[in-house]
Design a protein around this ligand. Structure first.
Ligand code: BES
Ligand code: ZN
Length: 963
C-alpha cells in the first residue's frame, strides 16, 4: 500500500522509471533474398532509432591499428564476430568520422558470403553505419564482419587522438591515446557502442621501435614485420563494454610494483616526469589490495603469468592495471579496464611542489578509478540513464577506501562537501532525478554531473548508515558477483542488498535463540532496525527516481517532535503558487539529544509524523553527523536553543554536526526560510572553533557574500564585511605559518585562510606574501606548496612579477605547479594581461594547454576585473570552444557555469537568456539543448533572490558588529 502510494505520488510529480532500452527493437528490417544493386544509390539507411537494433550482438572484436605519429593519421581493420538473432540483410553499428574503405561478410568458417565488397551507408546524425549483405544473415547463426578503415588522429580529446609534450631541451613529441566514454569508441573504430553490448577484444597495434604500445590487456606476443615495424598482439580481453577499450602509442617510461596477491601495477608518464610517479604507484598498490579484500573478488593474474599463457578464446582474468598520465586530457581520469588514463595533475605527485590537497586529490582519483574496475567495468549499468551506478559508487568508494588506507588524510572531512555540492544543485528547479532518461550523445555526456556523482554517493552513504556497514558491504559484493561481466539496473542493486538483509534477519533470529536475547537486543547488536518493515525498493526509488532534497521541519511539542517533510528549493517559497507539494521521501531520520549519547532512529515515510523524545530533553539535533541526505529546519525556539548550545558548549556536538548546522542555517537563509542574522549569530561561536571543517564552512559563506557584494560594487557592505572577517578571524589567521608543516587538515586550513586574508587585502598577509615572492624570484628556491598559490597571486599584481610567473609557467615541467601559477596569472587586476591569457590559450593552446582552458576561463571570471571579459570571450569563441570540447562535456559546462555564476542582476539574467535561446539570438544556440544552461539561469535567479532577501539584513548586522 505504502509502495503504491509512493509510486502514485512519484508519477504525479512527473517521475517515471526510465526504461533501459525503450528504442532497442529486436525486429530487423525485412530481409530480402534478392540481389541488390551494386552501388548504395537505391538503398536507404535501414534504421531510424538512436539506439542500435538488438537483433545482432557482437561477441568478439579482432582489432588491428596502425597509427602514424608523424602523419598524425591511422589505419585499421576490425573483424567482429556477430551473433545474429533474427534473419536480416543489414548490420547496423556505430562509426563517426571514419573512412570505411572495405566491408566484407564471412561465415563461421571464414568463407566470404559474397565476392563483392559490400555497400556501406552512413547516418551521421545518429553516428551509425549500416552494411548491406546481399545474402541473408540467418537468425541463430554467427558471422564475421570485416571492415577496413582509416582516420586522422583526433585534434580534441575524444576517440583516438593526438597529444604532445615538450622535453626540457625544447623538443615536441607526439603520442596517440584514446578516450571513449561515453560515446566516442565509434570515433576510433566501427563498433556497437552501447554499454550493454559486452564483447571480448583482441587488440593488435603496429608501432615503430621508438615507441611502446599499451592496451587493456598485457602484450602476448610482439612480431617484427617485414618493413621493420613492430606489431604488439595483446591478450584477449574479458567481456567488456566498448567505452572501456583503450590503446596508447607513446615513448613513456614506467615504474612497477606487485600487490600482496601478485597483481603487477605499473605507472607510466613522459620520460622526464617519471620521478613523479612513485606516490601514485604506492597508492595504487595499497588501494588495490584494499579493494580485493573489500569486494572479496580478486584482481587476478600478474602480467608474467599472462605472458606465458596459451591463447584461449575467452579469457577469464581482468587485465592488471596500468595507470598512465596523458599530457592532453579533458576529464580528470578514465577507468579503461586495465589501462587507466589520467590528467597529469591527477596522477603525478611531486613532493616539492604538490600541496596537501594535491596529495588528497591524487589519492582520491586513483581510488575512484580503481573502484571502477569493479563498479562499472565488471558490472556495468544497462544504459546511461543509470550512470550513477558507476559514478556514484566510485565516488563513494573513494571515501571508504582512502579512509581505510590513508586515515591521516582524513578524507571523511571532505564527504560533507560532496553532499553540500549535491544539495546545491538539487535545491534548484533545474535538478533532475539520479536516474534520468538520456538518449543523444550530448544528453548522455551531461549525465556525468553532480547528481550522478555526488548525490549518488550521498544517497549510498545514507543507505550504508541505515543498513549497517556489514549489510551494505555484503550486499554490494553479492551484486558484483551476481552481475559480473554483465549489466545491471538499480533494481538489481536493491534486490542484492535486500537479500542480504533477509539473511541477516535470519541470522539474528538464530542468534536470539542461541543467546537467549530478545529480538530487539539482537538487532541492536547487529545495529539493525529490528521489526521495522523494510521495502528497500520503495525507499530507494524515492531517492533515485525523484528530483530534489527534502527539508524536514522539526517542531517541539511537549515530549514530541512534530515532523514535516517537503522539497527544499532555494529559489521558491511555500507561499509561491507554483510551490511543489507532491514530493515524498522515505527518510531514515536520526537524532541525538542531550540526555543520552545514543543515536535515535526513525523511518519517516509520510508527509507529517511525530516521535517521542521525552520531556526532559534540553536540545535535539536531527540528522546525526549529516549521514542523511536531507536538510533540517528547527521551528519555534529550535534555532535559538542550538545557537545558545554552540555558544555555551559547542563540543557537546560533533564537528560534523556543527558543520551541518552551519550549512543548514545558511541554506535556509538563501531560501528565505530563516533570517540571515540567525545564521550569522549561529557562527558567532566560531572563534572558539578549532576544527577545520566547521571553521571553513562558516568562513566559506562569509567569503561567498563578500564576492557577491564586491562584484556588485556595494562599497559599504564590502568594506564592513572585509573589516569584520579580518577582525573576527584575526587570531586564527595570525596563528598560521607560511610552511607545509602539520596534518593534512591543518595544511588545508592554512592554505584557505591565508588565501582569503590576502584576497581581502590583509596587510600582514600581503607583506609576508610579497617577501616570500621576492625571495622566490631572487633565490630560485621552491615555495611551501600550501601557500605557493597565494604568494604567486600577490606577486602577479606587479608587472615584473606577472612576467616572471609567465616565464616560469612556460618552462615548468610540473602541471601541478603550473596550475598554481595559472591561478595567479588569472588573478591580475590588469585586464590586458587577463586578455592575453585567455586569448592565447583559445587561439593557440601553445603556452596554456587547451585542456586547461575551461578552468582558466572560470578563474578569470572569478576575478571581478575579469568577469565581463571572460563572458565576452565565451560569446565570441563559442563555436571554437564547442569544436574543441564537446557539447555537454565537463569543460563546456564548467565554462557556462564559471562565467555566469557571479551574475546577480535581472539585466544579467536577461542577457544570458537572450544569448542562449535560439529564437532570440543564435550565438549560443546549441547551449539551449543543455541542462546546464537551466542550472546557470537558476544560479543567477538564486543570486538575485539572495540579494533581495538578505542584503539589508547583512548591512544592518555588520553595522551593529562594527559599532
Ligand atoms: N568515468 C569517468 C570519466 C568520464 C567523465 C567519462 C565524464 C565521460 C564523461 C571517470 O571515472 C571520472 O569520474 N573521472 C573524474 C575524476 C574522478 C576522480 C571524479 C573526472 O574526470 O573528473
Ligand atoms: Zn568515475
Amino acid at each position: 500500500m505504502v509502495r503504491f502510494l509512493v509510486l502514485a505520488l512519484l508519477s504525479l510529480a512527473g517521475v517515471t522509471q526510465t526504461s533501459a532500452s525503450p528504442t532497442q527493437a529486436s525486429e530487423p528490417p525485412n530481409p530480402t533474398e534478392e540481389q541488390p544493386p551494386l552501388g548504395t544509390g537505391s538503398l536507404s539507411f535501414p534504421w531510424s532509432h538512436l539506439r542500435l537494433p538488438g537483433y545482432i550482438v557482437p561477441l568478439h572484436y579482432h582489432l588491428l591499428l596502425h597509427p602514424n605519429l608523424t602523419m598524425l593519421s591511422y589505419s585499421g581493420t576490425v573483424r567482429i564476430e556477430l551473433q545474429v538473432q533474427n534473419n536480416t540483410n543489414w548490420v547496423v553499428l556505430h562509426s563517426k568520422g571514419l573512412r570505411i574503405t572495405t566491408a566484407t561478410m564471412l561465415d563461421q568458417n571464414l568463407a566470404h558470403l559474397s565476392d563483392k565488397v559490400l555497400p556501406v551507408l552512413h547516418n551521421p546524425t545518429h553516428e551509425q553505419t549500416a552494411i548491406f549483405s546481399p545474402r541473408v544473415l540467418s537468425g541463430g547463426q554467427k558471422y564475421f564482419l570485416f571492415l577496413e578503415f582509416g582516420a586522422e588522429l583526433g585534434e580534441g580529446f575524444y576517440g583516438f587522438y593526438r597529444s604532445t609534450y615538450r622535453t626540457s631541451s625544447g623538443e615536441t613529441r607526439n603520442l596517440a591515446s584514446t578516450h571513449f566514454e561515453p560515446t566516442s569508441a565509434r570515433m576510433a573504430f566501427p563498433c556497437f557502442d552501447e554499454p550493454s553490448f559486452k564483447a571480448n577484444y583482441s587488440v593488435s597495434i603496429r608501432r615503430s621501435r621508438a615507441h611502446i604500445a599499451l592496451s587493456n590487456m598485457p602484450v602476448e606476443q610482439t612480431v617484427v614485420l617485414d618493413d621493420g615495424l613492430m606489431e604488439d598482439r595483446f591478450a584477449v580481453s574479458v567481456r567488456m563494454s566498448s567505452y572501456l577499450v583503450a590503446f596508447i602509442v607513446c615513448d613513456f617510461r614506467s615504474v612497477s610494483a606487485t600487490t600482496a596477491s601478485g597483481v603487477k601495477v605499473s605507472v607510466y608518464a613522459a620520460p622526464e616526469k617519471w620521478q613523479h610517479t612513485h606516490y601514485a604507484l604506492k597508492a595504487a598498490v595499497k588501494l588495490l589490495e584494499f579493494y580485493e579484500k573489500y569486494f572479496n573478488i580478486k584482481y587476478p593474474l600478474p602480467k608474467q603469468v599472462v605472458e606465458t599463457k596459451v591463447i584461449i578464446e575467452v579469457a577469464t582474468s581482468p587485465p592488471p592495471p596500468d595507470l598512465v598520465a596523458i599530457p592532453d586530457f579533458q576529464a580528470g581520469a578514465m577507468e579503461n579496464w586495465g589501462l587507466i588514463t589520467f590528467r597529469e595533475t591527477s596522477l603525478l605527485y611531486d613532493p616539492a611542489t604538490s600541496s596537501g590537497s594535491d596529495r588528497v586529490w591524487v589519492t582520491m582519483v586513483i581510488a575512484h578509478e580503481l573502484a571502477h574496475q569493479w563498479f562499472g567495468n565488471l558490472v556495468t549499468m544497462q544504459w546511461w540513464n543509470d550512470i550513477w551506478l558507476n559514478e556514484g559508487f566510485a565516488r563513494y568508494m573513494e571515501y571508504i577506501s582512502v579512509n581505510a588506507t590513508y586515515p591521516k588524510l582524513r578524507v571523511e572531512d571532505y564527504l560533507v562537501d560532496t553532499c553540500f555540492a549535491a544539495i546545491g544543485r538539487d535545491s534548484l528547479n533545474s535538478s533532475r532525478p539520479i536516474s534520468s532518461a538520456a538518449e543523444s550523445p550530448t544528453q548522455i555526456e551531461e549525465m556525468f554531473d553532480t547528481v550522478s556523482y555526488n548525490k549518488g554517493a550521498c544517497v549510498l552513504h545514507m543507505l550504508r548508515h541505515y543498513l549497517t556497514d556489514q549489510v551494505f558491504q555484503s550486499g554490494i559484493v553479492r551484486y558484483l558477483r551476481r552481475y559480473s561481466y554483465s549489466n545491471a539496473h538499480n533494481q538489481d542493486l536493491w534486490d542484492s542488498l535486500a537479500n542480504v538483509r533477509r539473511s541477516f534477519k535470519l541470522y539474528i533470529f538464530y542468534y536470539k535463540l542461541e543467546h537467549c536475547y530478545s529480538s530487539r537486543q539482537a538487532a541492536k547488536n547487529a545495529n539493525l532496525y529490528a521489526g521495522e518493515h523494510l521495502d528497500l525498493t520503495s525507499m530507494m526509488n524515492t531517492w533515485t527516481l525523484q528530483t530534489g532534497v527534502p527539508l524536514v521541519t522539526v517542531t517541539r511539542q511537549g515530549s514530541h517532535l512534530l515532523l514535516k517533510q517537503e522539497r527544499f528549493l532555494r529559489t521558491a517559497h511555500p507561499s509561491d503558487p507554483a510551490w511543489p507539494s507532491l514530493f515524498l521521501w522515505h527518510i531514515p531520520l536520526t537524532y541525538r539529544t542531550d540526555t543520552s549519547t545514543s543515536i535515535h532512529r526513525h523511518l519517516m515515510t509520510t508527509l507529517t509524523d511525530s516521535v517521542d523524545v521525552g520531556e526532559e530533553v534540553g536540545w535535539v539535533k536531527v540528522n546525526v553527523d549529516m549521514a542523511g541526505y536531507y536538510l533540517v529546519h528547527y521551528d519555534g525556539s529550535g534555532w535559538d536553543d542550538l545557537i545558545q548550545l554552540l555558544k555555551d558548549n559547542h563540543t557537546a556536538l560533533t564537528f560534523m554536526d556543527r558543520t551541518h548546522l552551519i550549512h543548514n542555517a545558511f541554506q535556509l537563509t538563501t531560501a528565505g526560510r530563516l533570517s540571515l542574522d540567525k545564521a550569522l549569530d549561529l557562527i558567532g561561536y566560531l572563534r572558539s572553533e578549532s576544527h577545520t571543517v566547521p571553521l571553513l564552512e562558516g568562513l566559506g559563506y562569509l567569503e561567498a557574500f563578500y564576492r557577491i557584494v564586491e562584484r556588485r560594487d556595494i562599497p559599504d557592505v564590502t568594506q564592513n564585511l572585509r573589516t569584520y572577517i579580518l577582525w573576527y578571524f584575526r587570531d586564527v589567521i595570525d596563528r598560521q605559518t607560511w610552511s607545509d608543516k602539520g596534518s593534512v587538515s591543518e595544511r588545508r586550513l592554512r592554505s584557505e585562510l591565508l588565501s582569503l586574508a590576502c584576497h581581502l587585502g590583509d596587510l600582514p598577509c600581503l607583506k609576508q606574501a610579497q617577501r616570500s615572492f621576492t625571495h622566490w624570484l631572487d633565490s630560485n628556491s621552491t615555495l611551501p606548496a600550501d601557500v605557493a598559490e597565494t604568494v604567486y597571486s600577490v606577486g602577479a599584481q606587479e608587472d615584473t612579477g606577472w612576467a616572471s610567473l609567465l616565464q616560469t609557467y612556460t618552462h615548468s615541467l610540473s602541471e601541478t605547479h603550473k596550475h598554481k601559477i595559472l591561478s595567479a596569472l588569472a588573478s591580475s587586476r590588469d585586464t590586458n594581461k587577463l586578455t592575453r591569457c585567455v586569448q592565447s590559450s583559445i587561439l593557440e593552446g601553445e603556452v596554456i594547454r587547451t585542456q586547461d582552458l575551461d578552468s582558466l576561463i572560470a578563474m578569470v571570471a572569478r576575478n571581478p576585473r575579469g568577469h565581463h571579459l571572460a563572458w565576452s570571450y565565451v560569446q565570441k569563441y563559442w563555436s571554437t570552444l564547442v569544436d574543441k570540447f564537446q557539447l555537454g562535456s565537463f569543460s563546456i559546462r564548467n565554462i557556462i557555469i564559471g562565467t555566469t555564476a557571479q551574475f546577480s542582476s535581472t539585466e544579467e539574467l536577461t542577457e544570458v537568456r537572450l544569448l542562449i535561446f535560439p529564437w532570440q539570438y543564435h550565438l549560443l544556440s546549441e547551449a539551449s539543448q543543455l541542462r546546464v544552461t537551466e542550472v546557470a539561469m537558476d544560479n543567477i535567479q538564486k543570486n538575485i533572490l539572495w540579494l533581495q532577501r538578505n542584503l539589508g539584513t547583512l548591512r544592518s548586522w555588520l553595522d551593529q558588529q562594527i559599532d
